[in-house]
Design a protein around this ligand. Sequence first.
Ligand code: BGC
Length: 388
Amino acid sequence: MKKLDEDGRPAIEGDLARLVAPSVAKMLSNQGPRGAFIASPDFAEYRYCWLRDGSFTAYALDCAGEHGSSRAFHEWSAAAIEGIAPVIARALDRRAAGEPIDPARMPPARFDLSGRPVGDDWPNFQVDGYGTWLWSLQQHLERSGEKALPSRLARSVDSVGRYLVEFGTSPCYDVWEESGDSVHTATLGCVAAGLRAAASMLGAPELAERAASLQAFVLDQGRRVGRFAKSDHSQQVDAALLWLCEPFHLVPPDEPAFVETVRAIAAELDLEGGTRRYPTDTYYGGGAWPVLTASLGLYYARAGDITAAERCLDWVAERVDDHGRLAEQFGGEGRDPEHYREWLARWGPPAADLVWSHAMYVVLATELGPPPAAPDVTTKTEPIGSQQ
Ligand code: BGC
């Protein structure tokens, strides 16, 4: 039996705060002077700031009490979004004129650390990050005690809200930056969570209605099949579906279709105790991701299965290396050596330190125990900034 503290939260044995303090420090040291988080400091392809990774990272820092750092990210994001206001406006105009979507002209998934879009052929049309940003910003306002949306962020919140109303259910690349011709259930979850947050921050009931109907649509689809599916083109399970419950709270943990989804994730995506992205994943051999193992742990914690949640936490904790690094994924080289080698030849060794991996680990730890102590500055790596 787990001990409970006065608030009825489980008092975990061992010092969770000390355990994850280096990961908090890692997130802080990978934040540029303007507030962006680099996705990974050691993997060239990830030398940018993704709205998705950054928004989850800011959320983790709010969970850890590092509100100033989260705030700097949100200021940076709002400015970056302000900078692409013409891109959003033109996309909305083309929509109003009935023109088809041109993915190459849609708002980007990632920015350089100064907040400029990166002009390359990346599969940029991914709406989830915009939804996750709105959700994360509202979490920041609530958790930092600020509550009201500062007026200088309101323009970007409004423009992202309008963008998601028009394009939130369009086929686009998913959270794994793949399958651009499909409508992805996890993406719809990010959009619904974002619209709900925007509705509350802006006091805009029409956005709340839109969020509620999207939420009902996702729930209805899951119930009809008996579990949630990856997309309108694939009945596979995808571990990003976990976010529908935690952290977005769009479905309750005891929803039968969701319980069945978690059962499928645990049965089909387990790799030596960690969680893979989806069954046919081949990226670097399709290993198990700390981001997703921690997400599964978060679900278990919410569902009250603390032992299972702790098992997920331990799996991640054991993978933090002696330098405090936490990689993107583990075990792909043994699971599918051929594809692992293919990616190795293409992009070199996979990310050995992924900021988002630290983030979800910290979120799970703070869910299971008290917020981590202030980071030990001696564990910090060199602050980034040369790319700014
Ligand atoms: C993942 C994305 C992530 C990006 C940067 C990609 O490999 O599929 O979800 O945003 O890396 O970390």
